[in-house]
Every structure is written in C-alpha cells, then in structure tokens.
Design a protein around this ligand. Sequence first.
Ligand SMILES: Cc1cc2nc3c(=O)[nH]c(=O)nc-3n(C[C@H](O)[C@H](O)[C@H](O)COP(=O)(O)O)c2cc1C
Length: 191
Amino acid sequence: MTDPLTLFDEWFADARAAEINDPEAMALATADAAGQPSVRMVLLKGHGPDGFVFYTNEQSAKGEQLAANPRAALLFHWKSLRRQVRIEGPVERVSDADADAYFASRARDSQLGAWASDQSRPLDSRDIFEQRFEQVQVRFEGQEVPRPRHWGGYRVLPNRIEFWSDRPYRLHERKLFTRSNDGWTEGLLYP
Ligand SMILES: Cc1cc2nc3c(=O)[nH]c(=O)nc-3n(C[C@H](O)[C@H](O)[C@H](O)COP(=O)(O)O)c2cc1C
C-alpha cells in the first residue's frame, strides 16, 4: 500500500517543478465555536508524518477559531497539474523552539511586519500601519528581531488525505487515505 505522505511528497515535487508560483500555497479552512466556516490561503512551511505546518498570528481570526475549535482542513490546488489534495484533522501548536527557528529564518522586514500587524483587526488607514512599521524599525534598530509572543505555528495532524486527479469526461480519480490506530487505509471514491 502507498503511504499518503510519500505520495504527497511526489505530488509536491511535481508541483514545485510545474507551478509558476506558490506551489506551497494552500487554503486553510477553520470554523468558530458556532460552526461558521472561514477559509483563507496560507503557506506550507513544513510537512511530514507529524503533520502539515503553517505560521501565523495566533491572535488573528484563524488563531481565535483554532483556539475555540482546534480542527482544520487544508486544500492544495495545483492548477497546471490539474490536481488537488485535501487534508483534514486536528490541529496543535508547533513548539516555541520550532517557531523561533522559523521566525529567525524570515527576512527582517517580514519579522518587523509581524510586530507591526495586528492581523485581522480593523485598520483605520494604511498610514497608521506604515507608522507602526516605522516605530518597530526604530525599536529593534541594531538588534535581532525576536519572535512576538502572539506569532507562531500550527500543525494539522492528518487523519484523512484525498488525492484528486483530473481525467477526461469528468471521470476523475479520487484516492482517499484514512488513518486509524492501525495505520493508513487506502480506498477510492466516486468522482
Ligand atoms: C498565497 C497566500 C499566502 C499566504 N500565506 C499566509 C501565511 O502563511 N500566514 C498568514 O498568516 N497569512 C497568509 N496569507 C494571508 C491570509 O490569507 C489571510 O489574509 C491572513 O492570514 C488573515 O486571515 P484571518 O483573518 O482569517 O486570520 C497568505 C495569503 C495568500 C494569498
């Protein structure tokens, strides 16, 4: 039986070779405590048997939704390959050490942006954001920019991964992997 993580690696490598930009872009769906879904794009910053990792502001709308309901769905659509991958499962925060390491690898202006942006909160004018950015530039001048406490990563622990590929006449192929205590089970779905 194929391991879905191995198959994901193969498809991800194909996407890196084929997509003109952002093969690592994925839609992240979360829902609040009332069940209202919300979806937005984020970037995949790590993956493996442990899960699929992205980074964000934990006080953002998605951060609040994940605090109330720590489950998510991810969707990759690699248009030029005519493929999609759907991933679902519970979510946990990545360790502070991992978040520190990834934050330290980012461009300085991205690090400063993480301090300046009150992600998902109303902003009265673009000028105010630019002023906040200048203030953090001054605040951290001549020093390394530390990771803000509210900025971190989440890991989606997959218990369902579906690989969809386009076939002529809408006879698409859907391969579904579901995880139980015994490991992964593979099956097909009608398109
Ligand atoms: C291609 C693409 C990649 C993005 N990657 C991220 C990301 O990795 N982390 C992030 O916080 N926002 C990312 N964004 C912005 C989010 O889509 C979103 O606007 C922001 O995180 C606020 O979402 P929220 O209000 O639902 O929390 C990305 C947007 C696009 C279009």
